[in-house]
Design a protein around this ligand. Structure first.
Ligand SMILES: Cc1cc2nc3c(=O)[nH]c(=O)nc-3n(C[C@H](O)[C@H](O)[C@H](O)COP(=O)(O)OP(=O)(O)OC[C@H]3O[C@@H](n4cnc5c(N)ncnc54)[C@H](O)[C@@H]3O)c2cc1C
Length: 430
């Protein structure tokens, strides 16, 4: 008689999974999508319910478009996406329209979409791929091995009450955004030596709602000091503009700025026909932080992997975070899929330890350069000098766009090679 192996259950126990992903913003949803595609059992825990609002500029560069396309998301105008051709920069009394560069690596257009829609689209995409999304579930603490301190699961609370619930997995991903309570509970606070931005935004009814360029204003003044940061106006295509501004923590003004007052003052100088007035405001002014240049490390620590804002992955040059949240999600998911396929724990560990290195290869040099940049423009004279001189040189601004938006081909033109070369040269301490 042959011996039969015990039957494999159809479904794993509800509270166990190969991977738990905490937070279903762009980073968590993308991680869960690629993990599920690799055939892993993924629990995606999200404290809110979709669709939900999220404070953001709603602007997507060609980098972000590429990540959306990579996930098989249709980004046509019929599906509600608003396309843009490039970036319009206004500063030092000048106005330049810079089309997105023509590259093999990235599409030649950007998009605008509310986070209300974008985040739900990504979360549903992860679900379609097979991730088990639990909405209205707030993770309150890690579960740790008493012996090793390693994370083995999480404790969570459901929004509709009831007992705390424990979920267990082989690895846990912190995709819970800027404040990443899970990382903090594991002993990973933010790094004070890395850049941080703060930004506020709101929406106004405006005839400029169908602008086909993202618009960026470099003239944010604190008295006679030019501040390191910028204001933005992005047409939402639905009758409103998303209008906001952000500053970097490398300026003396950072800690003592009234952001709402700065926004009002900036908008006061706009033509009345654009409609950026109190009567036309459709949402409250709301703000949040932008964690930049790897401001939380290490990205792998005792079984916990950090992705997106939780790992401080916003681009220090331009405050863009969605593309990096999604890209890091893909890098992470591919690493975990390889790691969990290894037979022995030591091998799994070796593969997981490669995740911080993969991130460093993708962004380490560029973010190091970004950190030098934000320090430099934190000096009031330098920001003014850079704005004045670059705005009168369109060719230089074309190069600046590639640098600031991180849009180059690996073997592209001279500007691409210069940006890529500078990223390699920047000092990049751990
Ligand atoms: C004002 C402002 C404007 C911005 N504008 C742009 C822009 O135009 N373009 C751009 O690319 N980037 C922009 N950014 C940055 C961008 O918003 C972030 O980089 C991006 O949201 C990061 O995605 P994430 O998935 O890592 O984190 P998040 O989007 O913050 O997602 C985290 C998720 O985790 C959930 N969560 C948190 N804690 C828990 C918990 N304990 N349990 C369960 N779930 C939890 C949250 O509900 C949320 O859904 C802006 C940021 C700000 C503040």
């Amino acid at each position: 008689m042959t011996e039969h192996a015990p039957p494999i259950p159809d479904k794993p126990p509800a509270d166990e999974a190969d991977v738990i992903v905490v937070g279903a913003g762009p980073s968590g949803a993308t991680t869960a999508f690629y993990l599920a595609q690799s055939g892993l059992d993924v629990l995606l825990l999200e404290k809110s319910r979709f669709p939900r609002e999220k404070v953001c500029g709603d602007g997507l560069t060609p980098r972000a478009v590429k990540t959306l396309v990579g996930m098989g998301i249709s980004v046509t105008e019929q599906d509600g996406w608003v396309r843009n051709k490039g970036l319009r920069v206004i500063g030092a009394g000048k106005r330049l329209e810079l089309p997105w560069p023509e590259l093999a690596s990235y599409p030649g257009y950007g998009l605008v979409r509310t986070r209300h829609d974008l985040d739900e689209t990504l979360a549903r995409r992860a679900q379609q791929a097979g991730a088990r999304l639990h909405e209205g579930v707030t993770v309150t603490a890690p579960v740790r091995s008493e012996r090793t301190g390693r994370i083995t699961g999480v404790v969570a609370k459901a929004a509709d009450g009831g007992e705390d619930r424990t979920y267990r997995a082989r690895v846990v991903v912190a995709a819970d955004g800027n404040s990443s309570r899970l990382s903090v509970a594991m002993g990973l606070p933010k790094r004070d030596d890395r850049p941080l931005g703060v930004a506020v935004r709101t929406y106004y009814q405006s005839p400029r709602h169908d602008d086909d360029y993202l618009e960026s204003w470099l003239d944010l003044w604190d008295g006679d000091r030019l501040l390191p940061g910028y204001g933005w106006i992005f047409g939402m295509g639905d009758g409103t503009s998303n209008v906001g501004l952000g500053l970097l923590n490398t300026s003396a003004a950072f800690g003592n700025t009234d952001y709402h007052a700065l926004l009002r003052q900036w908008l006061k100088g706009m033509p009345a026909e654009w409609g950026y007035t109190e009567e036309n405001r459709t949402q409250p002014v709301r703000g949040a932080a932008l964690p930049m240049g790897f401001n939380r490390t290490p990205h792998y620590f005792k079984g916990l992997l950090l992705v997106g804002d939780a790992g401080g992955m916003v681009n220090p040059f331009n405050g863009e975070g969605i593309a990096y949240a999604m890209e890091s999600g893909e890098i992470l998911a591919r690493t975990i899929a390889q790691a969990l396929a290894r037979a022995r724990r030591a091998e799994t560990e070796r593969v997981l330890a490669g995740y911080p290195r993969a991130l460093d290869e993708a962004y380490g040099g560029y973010y190091a350069l970004g950190r030098v940049f934000v320090k430099a423009i934190g000096r009031p004279g330098l920001m003014r000098f850079a704005t004045k001189h670059s705005m009168s040189r369109p060719a230089l601004m074309g190069f600046a766009l590639k640098l600031l938006a991180n849009l180059t081909d690996p073997h592209g033109d001279a500007a691409d090679r210069l940006v890529n070369g500078l990223s390699k040269l920047a000092p990049n301490p751990e």
